[in-house]
Design a protein around this ligand. Structure first.
Ligand SMILES: NC(=O)C1=CN([C@@H]2O[C@H](COP(=O)(O)OP(=O)(O)OC[C@H]3O[C@@H](n4cnc5c(N)ncnc54)[C@H](OP(=O)(O)O)[C@@H]3O)[C@@H](O)[C@H]2O)C=CC1
Ligand SMILES: O=C1O[C@H](COP(=O)(O)O)[C@@H](O)[C@H](O)[C@H]1O
Length: 499
């Protein structure tokens, strides 16, 4: 990994504190940062280097996954940090930033490789990219890269505008769009699961798979983010990015080679084959809902409209479920169901692949019940893979019962998503970053849903906080004779009606 300068815009903010500094530190401890580097923080507030370095140290002590921090390791790490107060909208301020970056390059004997990380509100993305370009910061003798946070636009048009402006300063190959779900170990593992196991590779198609269920459920509510969330809702906040990225990762076909280019090409093909929804079809295929008051565990919680900062008549959805069809020869006829929501019963991101059960009748004639084989990929916070099979239980008169072969990654001290993604970006590996094609096609698919919501063509139903979501989401699957797996113990017993 080549020595470089890391310029962090938004260095005094929440994301820097909770994720970026701890991730950089953990990479440093694991010897995954270059041998020499400088980190220049940028914010508005008039901090000294010392004040900034103190805040970095505090964030590492508070948020690092490592609880034991060795001062002898921390001190040289912190020595790489310095701070420049710049209002990013003021082009004149970039001269002092350039001066500092160059001064540190000389001090640490660094080649001019520059990583720019935009951890600021999205309205600043364009102006920062333009000012980087115009100030000379963006013309180093070595490489330059741009890591950019979500959200990438708020609809197709704004995403296109943003992309056009960014690409005046950075090429597509230089842009690393963060989707932190792509940094999750089990999402990255999907590729190996599908392509490193011929047994699954052979089954990964509509001949063998009945449906795919992708869930990202959260117990938290809107927290202190009402200002943002009221404008976004679950569709923009989770579906356009994380949910569709997981769908692409599950549905992609075997690439020629395991490279960023080939994998991204396969993901693009999936999104190109996703059946577009007409506005008038949205209501039949998408459920939108909002949480009402309820209980998370033992704790009573208010409904969304009573959350601080939320309008009492808010129509913002905190839950989405949708049926997605992929019209290609591999997936034609296999529904992909996605759902995500806040204030649900459990915190769980999970993918369930339900296999077809053509031999079910054979055993039914024997008065035996078999359940479909399920491949369950627990993404977060549990991490692991489970395969549900049917097996005779000798302790129960040899009756067939479901058994689960479980590989759980347990709670090992594994790198967090931001560590993996930063490591990749520093190495110049863009496999697990969202390519513009993926972002564009995702917005394109989401557009009619946004329009249908705006025109109120889809009812906003409510669900009780602490529940598994609205009944309408169950009805969505019932239409094809399926049900959401693993919501309820009793659903394990529930026999889906297979056609
Ligand atoms: N926080 C999170 O968990 C997540 C955040 N994100 C994204 O990351 C980005 C940053 O979020 P977050 O850290 O929460 O935001 P914060 O509001 O906590 O921080 C914003 C940062 O931007 C700086 N800033 C704001 N205006 C200016 C300006 N005119 N000139 C220079 N610096 C400025 C602030 O500096 P100062 O305070 O000194 O003015 C601060 O460092 C956003 O795009 C967000 O959507 C994405 C996923 C999760
Ligand atoms: O991007 C976002 O993700 C989080 C959920 O992330 P997870 O890693 O905890 O599953 C979500 O709470 C937030 O609203 C959204 O902006």
């Amino acid at each position: 990994m080549e020595p470089m300068s890391f310029v962090l815009f938004g260095a005094t903010g929440d994301l820097a504190k909770r994720k970026i500094f701890p991730a950089l530190f953990n990479l440093y401890v694991d010897k995954k940062l270059p041998a020499a580097f400088s980190i220049v923080g940028v914010g508005r507030r008039a901090w000294s280097d010392t004040a900034f370095i103190q805040s970095v140290e505090q964030s590492i002590r508070e948020f690092s996954r490592r609880h034991e921090i060795d001062q002898a390791v921390l001190a040289p790490f912190l020595a790489a940090f310095s701070y420049v107060a710049v209002d990013v909208t003021d082009a004149a301020g970039y001269a002092s930033l350039l001066e500092r970056v160059e001064q540190r390059e000389k001090e640490f004997n660094l080649p001019q490789n520059r990583m720019f990380y935009l951890s600021v509100a999205p309205e600043y993305f364009e102006v920062i990219a333009a000012n980087i370009q115009e100030s000379g910061l963006g013309s180093p003798q070595g490489w330059k890269r741009l890591i950019i946070e979500k959200p990438f636009g708020r609809d197709l048009q704004s995403a296109e505008d943003l992309n056009q402006k960014l690409t005046k300063a950075f090429t597509e190959e230089e842009i690393y769009r963060i989707d932190h779900y792509l940094g999750k170990a089990m999402v990255q593992n999907l590729e190996a699961l599908e392509f490193a196991n011929p047994v699954f590779a052979a089954l990964w198609n509509n001949r063998h798979i009945a449906n795919v269920q992708i869930t990202a459920s959260e117990t938290v509510g809107v927290e202190e983010r009402a200002g943002f969330y009221e404008q976004a809702g679950a569709l923009r906040d989770m579906v356009q990015n994380h949910m569709l990225q997981m769908l692409m990762m599950v549905a992609m076909h075997i690439p020629k080679r395991i490279t960023a280019t080939d994998i991204r090409a396969q993901k693009r093909k999936v999104m190109e084959a996703v059946r577009p929804l007409k506005i008038e079809e949205v209501a039949q295929n998408v459920v939108r809902a909002q949480y009402s008051a309820g209980q998370i565990g033992e704790t009573p919680v208010v409904g969304y409209r009573d959350e601080p900062g939320v309008s009492p008549a808010s129509m913002t959805e905190t839950y989405i479920a949708a049926r997605v069809w992929i019209d290609d020869p591999f997936w034609r006829g296999v529904p992909f169901y996605i759902r995500t929501g806040k204030r649900l019963k459990e915190k769980a991101t999970r993918i369930v692949i339900e296999f077809k059960n053509p031999l079910e009748r054979l055993y039914r004639e024997q008065q035996e019940k078999t359940l479909p084989n399920l491949l369950i990929i627990n993404v977060h916070p549990e991490e692991g893979i489970a395969l549900q099979l049917n097996s005779k239980n000798p302790a129960n008169s040899g009756k067939i019962e479901p058994v689960t072969v479980d590989f759980s990654a347990g709670h090992q001290d594994v790198p967090e998503a931001y560590e993996r993604l930063l490591f990749d970006a520093l190495r110049g590996d863009s496999t697990y970053f969202a390519h513009w094609n993926e972002v564009r096609l995702s917005w394109k698919w989401v557009e009619p849903i946004l329009a249908a919501f705006e025109r109120n063509l889809v009812p906003l139903v409510s669900y009780e906080a602490g529940s598994h979501g609205p009944e309408a989401a169950r009805d969505l699957l019932r239409e094809e004779g399926f049900s959401w797996w693993l919501d309820h113990v009793e659903e394990r017993e529930l026999e889906p009606v297979h056609r």
